[in-house]
Design a protein around this ligand. Structure first.
Ligand code: HXC
Ligand code: NAP
Length: 283
C-alpha cells in the first residue's frame, strides 16, 4: 500500500508499543523504514517485542520501561531519546480500561485509568511538544482514542472522560501549535481483537457476539487496518490533515446513532411490501 521508504529517517515514540495495536503500529512503521521507540510498564514484554520486531523487519527499535502516569519518568525518557536526536512523531497509544458499574468504582480505579489515558497523553505530548517548539522542529502527534469519546459510554466512564479529554487536546493544540509545524490527529477505532482490550471490555463471548451483530460489516477491525491508517496519518502524505479524529469502525458508531438502523433486522420482505404504496391499476 505504501512506498517502503514512507517513514525513512522518521523517529517515532509509541507509548504502550509492547502489545496489541501499539505493537502492530511499531511493526508497520519499521517496515516503512522508521526508527521506533516503544515504552510500557512491563520490561519483559517490551524486550520480547523489540527482539521479535527487530528480527522480523531488520529495523531499529528501542525499548524504554516507563509508566506514562509519572510525568518525571516521561520527561526523563524523552530527554534520553532526544540525546540521540529529536523525535519526529509521537503516538499516544497507552491505555487502561475495564467495564464496571460506575457507582462501584473506587477513587483509585478512576485515577488509574485517567492517569494512563488522559494524564499520560498530556505528559508525553508536552514533553515532545515543548522540545519541538523550542527547536523549531516539525512534529506530529497521533493519539488513539475510542468511538465513544464524543458521546460518552455507560460502563467505561473513566475511559470515556479521558478519551474525550484526549480529543479536546488534539483539536486545541492542532490550532495553537499548527502555525509552528506541529500536527495533531487521532484515530477512534471500533473493536479490534487484542488480548489487552478484549479481556477487559468484552470479557464474555456473548459480548463479542453482540458487538459483531450490531456492526454493519459484522466483523471486527484488524491490527493491519489500524496500522496502515496510522502510517498514513503520521506520514507527510497527510500533511494537511490537522485536528481530525478519524473513526475506523466499519460504520458501528453510525449504526448506533441512526433512529431507524435496526429496521433491517425487524422488517421482513413481506413487511416492506405491505408498507410500499400500491400503484392504482391502469384502466
Ligand atoms: C472495578 C477495578 C477493575 C475492574 C481494576 N480496578 N480493575 N475496579 N472493576 N474490573 C480498580 C482496582 O481495584 C484498583 O482500585 C484500581 O482500579 C487500580 O487497579 P490496579 O490493578 O492496582 O492498577 P494497575 O495495576 O495500575 O492496572 C491498571 C488497570 C489495568 C487499568 C486497572 O486494567 C491495566 O493495567 N490495563 C492496561 C491495559 C488495558 O487496560 N488495555 C485495554 C485498553 S482497551 P482499589 O481502590 O481497589 O485500589 C480500550 C478501548 C477498548 O481502552 C474499546 C473497545 C471497543
Ligand atoms: P493493550 O494491548 O492492552 O495496549 C495497552 C498498552 O498500554 C499496553 O502495551 C500497556 O503495557 C500500555 N500501558 C498501560 N498502562 C501504561 C502506563 N501506565 N504506562 C505506559 N504504558 C502503559 O490494548 P490495545 O487494544 O492494543 O489498545 C491500544 C490503544 O487502542 C488504547 O489507546 C486503546 O484505548 C485503543 N483502542 C483499542 C480498541 C480495541 O478494540 N483494541 C478499540 C478502541 C480503542 P504495560 O501494561 O506493560 O504498561
Amino acid at each position: 500500500m505504501f512506498r517502503s521508504d514512507l517513514l525513512h529517517n522518521r523517529r517515532i515514540l509509541i507509548t504502550g508499543g509492547g502489545t496489541g495495536l501499539g505493537k502492530g503500529m511499531a511493526q508497520r512503521f519499521l517496515e516503512l523504514a522508521a526508527e521506533v521507540y516503544i515504552c510500557g510498564r512491563r520490561e519483559d514484554v517490551l524486550r520480547n517485542t523489540g527482539a521479535e520486531l527487530a528480527a522480523a523487519t531488520k529495523g531499529k527499535i528501542h525499548e524504554f520501561p516507563c509508566d506514562v502516569r509519572d510525568r518525571e519518568k516521561v520527561e526523563a525518557m524523552v530527554a534520553t531519546i532526544w540525546n540521540s536526536g529529536p523525535l519526529d512523531i509521537l503516538v499516544n497509544n497507552a491505555a487502561g480500561n475495564f467495564i464496571a458499574r460506575t457507582e462501584e468504582l473506587s477513587p483509585r480505579a478512576f485515577e488509574s485509568v485517567i492517569g494512563i489515558v488522559l494524564m499520560g497523553t498530556l505528559h508525553a505530548t508536552m514533553a515532545c511538544g515543548r522540545r519541538w517548539l523550542a527547536d523549531k522542529h516539525p512534529g506530529t502527534v497521533l493519539s488513539i482514542s475510542a468511538t465513544y469519546a464524543p458521546v460518552g459510554s455507560a460502563y467505561v466512564v473513566p475511559s470515556a472522560v479521558s478519551k474525550a479529554g484526549v480529543e479536546a487536546l488534539t483539536r486545541s493544540l492542532a490550532v495553537e501549535w499548527g502555525d509552528r509545524g506541529i500536527r495533531m490527529n487521532a484515530i477512534a477505532p471500533g473493536p479490534i481483537p487484542t488480548q489487552g482490550a478484549f479481556s477487559r471490555v468484552l470479557p464474555h463471548p456473548g459480548l463479542e457476539k453482540l458487538a459483531l451483530e450490531r456492526n454493519p460489516q459484522h466483523r471486527f477491525g484488524t491490527v493491519t487496518e489500524l496500522a496502515n491508517l496510522a502510517a498514513f496519518l503520521v506520514s507527510d502524505q497527510s500533511g494537511y490533515i490537522n485536528g481530525e479524529v478519524i473513526r475506523m469502525d466499519g460504520g458501528e458508531f453510525l449504526q448506533g446513532a441512526g433512529e431507524f438502523s435496526s429496521l433491517g433486522k425487524l422488517l421482513r420482505d413481506e413487511d416492506w411490501e405491505a408498507i410500499r404504496p400500491k400503484k392504482p391499476a391502469k384502466s
